[in-house]
Design a protein around this ligand. Structure first.
Ligand code: FAD
Length: 321
């Protein structure tokens, strides 16, 4: 059954986040041969529309308003609902990012529809659209089908591969006007902590440190390895609690959920709350002195040893490539 699917293009610092392209790929599957319509919300975002089309959107609808300069759930939900009203979609896809986690339940409740949140896959099986999503902190996966209403899903970044960009693709870009009113929060300015290197939530490679790094300086060899690999540095809560690094690096149940291609866990024991944030990584390498450490149960490759010896050796070897 061909459907019209709206896909939110998420913009940060003037650029589209990769999850937007993954959401288009999910939207294509949900559309089952129908139309995928990219949606851009902001104060100056029209220039990004072509990129959504290159990645597979058939056309793009833009809502531009100075009140959408900074994200607010009030403002963005009003703008998105105006697009829903003008397009009457059968499907909606957001990224399961901080923005998507905040906006999707609000939009779903306004539309009186369900929401499949944090989906890691979607495919057509036996004539049904089947979504996969992790449950019990990633210990199991459930499969869901939607039996009525709008098919609304938020997808976990780095799980559904985006399509190849094709710069020869073209499509219509139109605008919808929305009356953005009664905002309960007005964001005047965003002061963001400067982060070094690659964005953790979208990184393809993460080198992560735990209490085993023993100090803030102990993170230096991990940072060097991450730099050589073009990856980001992450941490366990143990390392954050011990003040070895900032909480913005925390991965796990109460930190960020990541799904990189390669996760290198250094001096991390593998507590269930940590595994909840990284066990879906495609390849996991664990470096730990303790051969009984729980992290080895989820690791594809385990190195029993002192991280201060192993990590510099890895860095030297990767430098040769
Ligand atoms: P430890 O458990 O102390 O492990 C350190 C490891 O380093 C050990 O395995 C040791 O063998 C190894 N090691 C020591 N020295 C070396 C060396 N030189 N070379 C190699 N290996 C070495 N934790 C998270 O990570 N993320 C979360 O989001 C999170 N949320 C939580 C939520 C709740 C409600 C609760 C109760 C806990 C949460 N935790 C979370 C904490 C979690 O339970 C663990 O306490 C924490 O993950 C442990 O961190 P760690 O593995 O770095 O430290």
């Amino acid at each position: 059954m061909a459907r019209k699917v709206l896909v939110l293009g998420e913009v940060r610092d003037g650029a589209l986040r990769n999850v937007s392209f993954e959401a288009i790929a999910a939207g294509k599957t949900i559309a089952e041969g129908g139309e995928v319509v990219g949606v851009l919300l902001g104060d100056s975002v029209t220039a990004l529309a072509d990129k959504l089309i290159h990645y597979g959107a058939d056309r793009v609808v833009v809502v531009e308003d100075p009140k959408l300069k900074n994200y607010s759930s009030d403002g963005f939900s009003q703008a998105f609902l105006a697009v829903v009203e003008s397009e009457s979609p059968e499907g909606i896809v957001f990224g399961h990012t901080a923005l998507g986690k905040d906006l999707s339940p609000k939009v779903a409740s306004r539309l009186s529809t369900g929401l499949i949140s944090d989906a890691t896959g979607v495919e057509v099986e036996g004539g049904n659209l089947v979504f996969t999503r992790p449950i019990y902190s990633g210990k199991a996966f459930e499969k869901k089908i939607v039996t009525d209403g709008i098919i609304f899903a938020s997808i976990r970044p780095n799980n559904i591969p985006s399509l190849e960009a094709d710069e020869s693709r073209s499509g219509d870009v139109s605008s919808v006007s929305a009356e953005i009113k009664d905002l309960r929060t007005i964001i005047k300015d965003v002061v963001r902590k400067a982060t070094e290197g690659v964005d953790l939530s979208e990184a393809k490679i993460i080198v992560s440190g735990g209490r085993g790094v023993k100090s803030a300086d102990g993170f230096e060899p991990l940072k060097e390895l991450a730099a050589v690999l073009g990856g980001a540095v992450g941490a366990s809560r143990g390392a954050c609690d011990a003040d070895y690094c900032d909480y913005s690096l925390q991965i796990g149940q109460t930190g960020k959920v990541v799904t990189p291609d390669l996760y290198i866990a250094c001096g991390i024991s593998g507590a269930i709350q940590h595994l909840a944030g990284m066990s879906n990584s495609k390849v996991i390498v664990a470096i730990n002195k303790d051969p009984e450490a729980n992290i080895f149960k989820v690791a594809d490759y385990g190195i029993v040893g002192d991280l201060f010896e192993v990590v510099p050796l890895l860095t030297e070897e990767f430098k040769k490539l």
